[in-house]
Write a new protein. Structure first.
Length: 342
């Protein structure tokens, strides 16, 4: 009887092992001859788009079967259109993924209209870099430092995309927390049009990621036509060591808290690469591994350096933690953020 039971158990173990092998083998072969669509939630021409396209050039090489990566843009509502698409429209087959800004996380926490996704159910592959938010002003303003900006008699016009996007929300938070004289001019379709608006004199500056500015606005920086005057990160960027940290100038503890939650925390998960919910586990594991291998690929890193794109990989586990922490946010802080970022 015992021998019979042992035989049954052994056979069951073998069947389970063969089944697991077949599943893994099937996932390995799944991508051969297929195309994977990689969406960016921002328009072409910006730092996030440039980074996404470079990732797309190398990502497929690290996926078994080497599928073709097709880059596409699905901008709008600060990335919310892409978030909704990934959550409710895209098939959970491992052939679609997206790259959007971490602003989508707080949009859900604050209960913004239009949210049809649940960021807790997405599957995150990781992110290529952390955000080092800054504000950059035109030489034409005559403002070359944060102190001069604080003392300005007239509001400085800052170009923004709209609610739900960092270019809009960073200056709104700084206006409240530091008392900076700011007029946010919203409605631009991306950071590339904002840069053009700064150069034409339509607006005075923009608040966005230093790595994106460095990659897309190098000529204006080198000529001195634009200048970074403040960094809004939790720690000093090694390339911006002479610039002040915004939180040090906050007028109150409440202001510092809003900078921490609304800018610093989201900066850690600024550019997550995301799968729809319920992608088969073996496929999501393959894509997560391939994404990590892409970000350490020497050829990819060399190309990123040429393009002035900084790669400082953020693991998926860290993004999961940040998302979980946001849903523990005190209601009063979430309410104040929603009010400030209207």
């Amino acid at each position: 009887m015992r021998a019979s039971s042992s035989l049954v158990l052994s056979l069951a173990t073998i069947v389970l092992a063969l089944s697991s092998f077949a599943t893994a083998s099937g996932a390995q072969d799944f991508y051969r001859g297929k195309s994977v669509t990689l969406f960016a939630g921002q328009p072409p021409g910006g730092g996030i788009d440039s980074e996404m396209r470079l990732v797309g050039q190398f990502f497929g090489r690290h996926i078994p079967g080497e599928p073709t990566i097709v880059p596409r843009n699905l901008p709008g509502a600060g990335g919310m259109i892409l978030g909704n698409h990934l959550f409710g429209v895209a098939k959970p087959d491992g052939l679609t993924l997206g790259n959007f800004a971490g602003t989508l996380f707080l949009a859900q926490v604050m209960g913004r209209p239009g949210v049809e996704y649940d960021v807790r159910k997405f599957e995150y592959l990781g992110a290529p870099a952390r955000d080092f938010s800054t504000c950059t002003l035109s030489k034409r303003t005559g403002i070359a430092s944060l102190q001069q900006w604080l003392a300005a008699k007239n509001p400085v016009k800052i170009g923004g995309i709209g609610p739900g996007d960092f270019t809009y929300e960073i200056p709104k938070i700084l206006e409240f927390a530091l008392g900076l004289p700011i007029q946010v001019v919203a409605g631009y379709k991306g950071t590339a049009p904002i840069r053009l608006a700064v150069e034409s004199g339509e607006v005075d500056g923009v608040c966005m990621d230093w790595n994106s500015i460095k990659a897309t606005w190098r000529k204006a920086l080198d000529s001195g036509d634009v200048k970074v005057v403040v960094q809004i990160a939790a720690r000093t960027h090694p390339e911006l060591s002479d610039l002040p940290i915004a939180a040090d100038f906050a007028k109150s503890a409440e202001g510092r808290r809003l900078i921490q939650v609304g800018i610093h925390d989201r900066g850690l998960s600024f550019r997550p690469y995301t799968l729809p919910p319920n992608v088969p586990r073996e496929r999501s594991k393959i894509l997560r591994a391939a994404f990590g291998q892409t970000l350490t690929d020497p050829e990819f890193l060399a190309e990123a350096k040429k393009a002035n794109l900084v790669i400082e990989a953020v693991p998926s586990s860290e993004i999961d933690r940040i998302v979980a922490d946001l849903f523990k946010l005190e209601p009063a802080v979430a309410s104040k953020l929603a009010d400030v970022m209207k």
